[in-house]
Design a protein around this ligand. Structure first.
Ligand SMILES: Cc1cc2nc3c(=O)[nH]c(=O)nc-3n(C[C@H](O)[C@H](O)[C@H](O)COP(=O)(O)OP(=O)(O)OC[C@H]3O[C@@H](n4cnc5c(N)ncnc54)[C@H](O)[C@@H]3O)c2cc1C
Length: 376
């Protein structure tokens, strides 16, 4: 064995790193939650009635077979001089290399008024709490019309006979992924399926049953859930004196300001940017393991992409939305918009246009005229 590695956080990034390092290193994985590592992206299924255990990435025996030691307690501090991590249960884990994979927390902003309870959906425990609150409720409102908020709203409209609302302060839903026309196509379908969308107004105050918007509208909201973005979990790193800003600052080799400590996944900030996507968490988990194993090449994040199915509609978005665009498919149910910059393809949004997916992905970074000559 090469030495001892402690990984704090059993999300996608931490588990990926542990799995890649096991066998060559003595690996301890510190789990801050009551469950074994699970597919966080599927926790909505817990609201629908699924047991959290059925979302486990691996059964307990898998970690044992791989020789990964699981520690069921939160890490409370790092002693960088002694190279050790202290856990809330009092145990101390010595390390040669430490990987921080502490993920992110939901961003919840304050509302005026006397509302007592608001929710967010980030963990299996959050999903269990939301399911309990929905019992007997007449309305559910999610603040935030991004991917997560829309998926959540649609699945609650499908599974529960209650009023479901989405509040989006931008002019249209999915402002980071879609152009306005594509968003309106999706909004129409969501509304047909019972999701009420309030775009262009901010949530300002709330009591226990109603949310008031900046335009004066009162929205029935027995259960109120924030889905307004995430913030990297940096508290352990800051306490240890590591450089942090939007996240735990890393260099291109995923090293923090302490060369024996790495940060990966949602918690990491690289070149001023945090990620918040499972694909980058997984990539960074593998890359940190290979860098620790001697790989000297830098981590180059893949172009972000998002794919979801809402209300039976396939929505895919790649790369960046720029000011120049060409719509290459436009019908009642489908739309494909290609975004360019000086004629070079930089991004795309596809609605019900799955057949074009590979062609569009391969076109990113190439001239539009070369990839789509038929549409000039
Ligand atoms: C409902 C939902 C749907 C999503 N859908 C998508 C999607 O469709 N596509 C996509 O790309 N991404 C999606 N995401 C985002 C994706 O899940 C995250 O990008 C990914 O989970 C990040 O992985 P991570 O390992 O960095 O952090 P996390 O998965 O957040 O895991 C971090 C872990 O570290 C633990 N931790 C924190 N501090 C400590 C400590 N001090 N001690 C011990 N443990 C600690 C936390 O409790 C947590 O278990 C979704 C997220 C949610 C919540």
């Amino acid at each position: 064995m090469n030495g001892r590695i402690v990984i704090v956080g059993g999300g996608i990034a931490g588990v990926q790193a542990a799995s890649s390092l096991a066998g060559s290193w003595e690996v301890s994985l510190v789990l801050g939650e009551d469950f074994l590592p699970y597919y966080r992206m599927r926790i909505e299924e817990i609201i629908a009635g699924m047991a959290p255990e059925s979302l486990y990435i691996h059964p307990a025996g898998w970690y044992e077979e791989k020789g990964i030691r699981l520690c069921h307690s939160k890490a409370s501090s790092i002693d960088r001089d002694k190279h050790s991590v202290k856990l809330e249960d009092g145990s101390v884990l010595p390390y040669d290399k430490l990987i921080l994979a502490t993920g992110s927390n939901a961003f919840v902003f304050p509302l005026e008024g006397n509302r007592r309870t608001v929710f967010s959906l980030r963990s299996a425990a959050d999903a269990i709490a939301i399911r309990k609150a929905l019992d007997g409720a007449g309305s559910f409102t999610v603040i935030g019309g991004g991917l997560l908020g829309l998926e959540l709203a649609h699945s609650i409209a499908e599974g529960f006979s209650i009023i479901v609302n989405v509040i989006e302060s931008a002019e249209h839903i999915l402002p980071r992924q879609l152009d306005k026309d594509s968003a309106l196509l999706l909004q129409k379908k969501l509304e047909e399926d019972g999701v009420h969308i309030y775009a262009g107004a901010k949530a300002v105050s709330a009591d226990d049953h109603t949310l008031r918007l900046s335009d004066g509208t009162d929205v029935p909201s027995d259960v109120l859930c924030f889905s307004a973005g995430v913030r990297a979990e940096c508290s352990l790193a800051s306490l240890a004196g590591l450089s942090t800003d939007k996240g735990i600052i890393v260099d291109a080799h995923l090293r923090t300001s302490d060369p024996d400590i790495f940060a990966i996944g949602d918690a990491a900030e690289l070149d001023g940017r945090t990620f918040g996507l499972a694909m980058h968490a997984r990539e960074m988990g593998s890359k940190a393991a290979s860098i620790i194993g001697g790989d000297t090449s830098p981590y180059v994040p893949s172009e972000p992409s998002a794919m979801l199915k809402v209300a039976g509609i396939d929505v895919a978005s790649f790369g960046r939305i720029t000011d120049e665009s060409d719509v290459i498919i436009d019908s009642d149910a489908s739309r494909c918009t290609i975004f360019t910059e000086n004629g070079i393809v930089r991004g795309a949004v596809l609605i019900n246009s799955k057949a074009l997916m590979m062609k569009v992905k391969n076109a990113i970074g190439k001239p539009f005229s070369e990839s789509f000559p038929d549409y000039l």
